[in-house]
Design a protein around this ligand. Structure first.
Ligand SMILES: *Cc1c(COP(=O)(O)O)cnc(C)c1O
Length: 410
């Protein structure tokens, strides 16, 4: 038997079935809505945002990085609850605009001229990833006779400790090395563009409040140094995000209150040059990961060399991360359960696989479950972020998973 990650809080059973958004799984299915299916409970997202607003300094903006889950209906529901949407492609920009976001910023390497033009026309903030991108943005803005809103994404000279994905420190395709940023800001100012400030993102998926606080303190210090070098205050600083969620055995939920308290103190003590600056953080998975459950049905139960295999109608083509092939070196089990026997005691060790003809397609490796049969429904938790859109949907030509939202009415 191998351990699995913790089932996120808020999931309970009724009549031996998993409830999602107050509905039994069997009640969620209709003639049109069947497995494989992602179900997102919007009530959990709403509660998460409420909890964050309580824990974080009141002046701090909260942005949603929509690549974690860009489902248009979900983004539309989320947009009014946050202070901004952060996008990383022209496609996401379109989704964010249609969602009616209050503020949109566009980061990400390799923005094409068409994407830059769409952003400048829409009057949204561009987080520039290089001097080349600045040149192209200024050129396009001149042609469009528009004053572009430009911030500089900084490649910080530190990274977020314990982070699952390092996005700062050393040579990176993201952002501009800190020492070249002041010259770039002077170019922006000299061109008469609307300089919006800095975007400093140092990493993702950290569960240690101390590590996040340390990175935030370093980020504020870096913004201070850069502002002093420029000789002008940035109107806005995006402090990045990095708030992680517990996917795996022994992962412990992040203490956001602690992060909020320390950040409040650090912001209160910031140097004079940042006095008028507003700050925000950008979170992806922390807002949505735990609100999503991936449901897949057992098609076949078989034994090989004494090991039980539950073969399902889903797999890594929908939920790559749970198969262990998205940004992890060692495969570990996401939390998983038999949704149709949710309150039955676990009695057997089984391996849950998808329907793809590759050994990579494992959703649960030797996990302890109640005995499941053909027709039972398996729930893979932590599926609200980097699920459907971060998986190789076309691989092997099976149909895509459905995506539905429950818990919409507060
Ligand atoms: C991916 C990304 C995020 C979101 O990361 P999470 O780990 O989902 O919170 C935030 N900011 C930037 C710049 C990103 O690239």
């Amino acid at each position: 038997m191998k351990p699995m990650g913790p089932i996120p809080p808020g999931y309970v059973g009724r009549d031996n079935e998993l409830l999602i958004g107050g509905q039994k799984v069997s009640d969620i299915f209709t003639s049109d809505i069947q497995t494989p299916l992602f179900v997102y409970d919007f009530q959990l997202i709403r509660e998460r945002i409420f909890l964050l607003r309580e824990a974080l300094p009141p002046s701090l903006g909260l942005h949603y990085a929509i690549k974690a889950n860009p489902l248009p209906q979900l983004v539309k529901l989320l947009a009014p609850l946050v202070d901004g949407l952060d996008v990383a492609s022209g496609g996401e920009l379109q989704v964010a605009r249609e969602a009616g976001a209050r503020h949109i910023s566009f980061a990400g390497p390799g923005k094409t001229d068409a994407e830059l033009e769409a952003a400048i026309r829409a009057g949204i903030e561009l987080n520039l990833e290089s001097e080349g991108e600045l040149r192209r943005a200024l050129h396009l803005a001149e042609r469009l006779s528009t004053t572009p809103k430009l911030a500089v994404r900084v490649n910080p000279d530190f990274d977020l400790k314990g982070s699952g994905m390092r996005m700062g420190g050393g040579a990176k395709p993201f952002g501009v090395d800190a020492e070249r940023v002041p010259a770039m800001v002077r170019t922006i100012l000299a061109a008469g563009a609307d300089w919006r400030g800095f975007h400093i993102f140092a990493g993702s998926q950290a569960l240690d409040a101390g590590a996040i606080s340390e990175t935030q303190a370093q980020t504020i210090a870096l913004a201070t140094r850069l502002a002093e070098a420029v000789g002008e205050a940035p109107p806005f600083v995006n402090l990045g995000g990095g708030f992680g969620v517990p996917y795996f055995p022994n992962d412990v939920a992040l203490d956001v209150r602690k992060v909020g308290e320390t950040l409040g103190k650090n912001l209160d003590q910031r140097s004079d040059i940042l006095e008028q600056t507003t700050f925000a953080i950008e979170l992806g998975r922390y807002l949505v990961a735990e609100a999503g459950v991936y449901l897949t049905r057992v098609v076949d139960r078989k034994i090989s060399h004494g090991e039980i295999f539950l073969v399902t109608d889903g797999g890594m083509h929908h939920q790559l991360a749970a198969s262990g092939n998205f940004g992890t070196v060692v495969r570990r089990n996401y939390p998983i359960a038999v949704a149709s026997r949710f309150e039955t005691p676990a009695t057997e060790v089984a391996t849950v696989v998808g329907c793809l003809c590759t050994p990579l397609d494992r959703l649960g490796d030797q996990v302890l479950l109640p005995g499941a049969e053909e027709g039972d429904v398996i729930a893979v938790f932590m599926a609200g972020a980097y699920g459907a859109t971060a998986s190789p949907a076309a691989f092997l030509g099976h149909p895509p998973a459905g995506e539905i939202i429950v818990g919409v009415a507060p």
